[in-house]
Design a protein around this ligand. Structure first.
Ligand SMILES: [Zn+2]
Length: 226
């Protein structure tokens, strides 16, 4: 670390978003200790993993996986909470980098990365779309373009948390639209979301992308909730 960076760190110490410990030189966003303990699924090594199975009988997905397991009170919940509600978009980018590095040696064929959109009013209030930050990180790690203007959410939806699977599907069935078919025409699209629960959201959004010209669809989520 340079002298100037040491000086900045003295007055503005950077904390790990997983455990609140002060980050040391070379650490960024998440400390080495927390990185080593992330509850990884390793689903990208398992083509017919539980996330793929959840989606495959509903929409044609080539690959689908979640990188981490979401547990109540666990580190993944803390990271995603900071990302979504405390204005820390850098957590999304960092997680995107981690996923990208993890899957870089796995053959995939993805050509463009599309984040699941937020409604514009929510995006403006939050300042960014957390899934777009993940897409940005993945794009940087994999060298594949990303675009958050292709898929949009035309209606505000209430939170999915208290809904069952059928209600979740009805809640999101008609809320997505595609703005530019040229951008996805004939392409293998990688759709990115933060947490997958029933899969209703990625199913509805992914269906739109396929109906508007995407040749193939794959799905990457940061975390799988049970
Ligand atoms: Zn930590």
């Amino acid at each position: 670390m340079s002298l100037a960076a040491d000086f900045i760190q003295l007055f503005y110490p950077r904390y790990c978003h997983g455990c609140q410990r002060t980050l040391v030189a070379g650490e960024n966003v998440i400390c080495t200790h927390c990185l080593a303990g992330l509850p990884k699924t390793d689903y990208h090594r398992l083509p017919e993993n539980p996330v793929w199975q959840r989606l495959a009988n509903r929409i044609p997905v080539t690959q689908a996986f979640a990188y981490l397991k979401f547990r109540k009170g666990g580190i993944v919940q803390r990271l995603l909470h900071q990302l979504k509600y405390n204005h820390h978009p850098e957590i999304g980018v960092a997680l995107g980098h981690l996923v990208g590095r993890e899957v870089n040696d796995t053959p995939h064929g993805w050509e463009i990365i599309v984040p699941v959109p937020l409604h514009e009013s929510r995006r403006r209030r939050r300042g960014y779309n957390q899934s777009a930050q993940l897409a940005r990180g993945l794009s940087e790690a994999l060298g594949i373009p990303w675009d958050e203007s292709i898929s949009i959410r035309t209606q505000r939806t209430e939170t999915q948390t208290k809904r069952n699977r059928l209600e979740r599907w009805r809640n999101v069935e008609h809320v997505f639209a595609v703005t530019s078919t040229d951008a996805i025409q004939g392409k293998h699209v990688l759709l990115v979301d933060d947490v997958i629960t029933t899969g209703a959201t990625v199913e509805a959004c992914g269906r739109h992308l396929l109906e508007h010209g995407a040749r193939q669809l794959s799905v990457v989520c940061i975390a799988e909730a049970q």
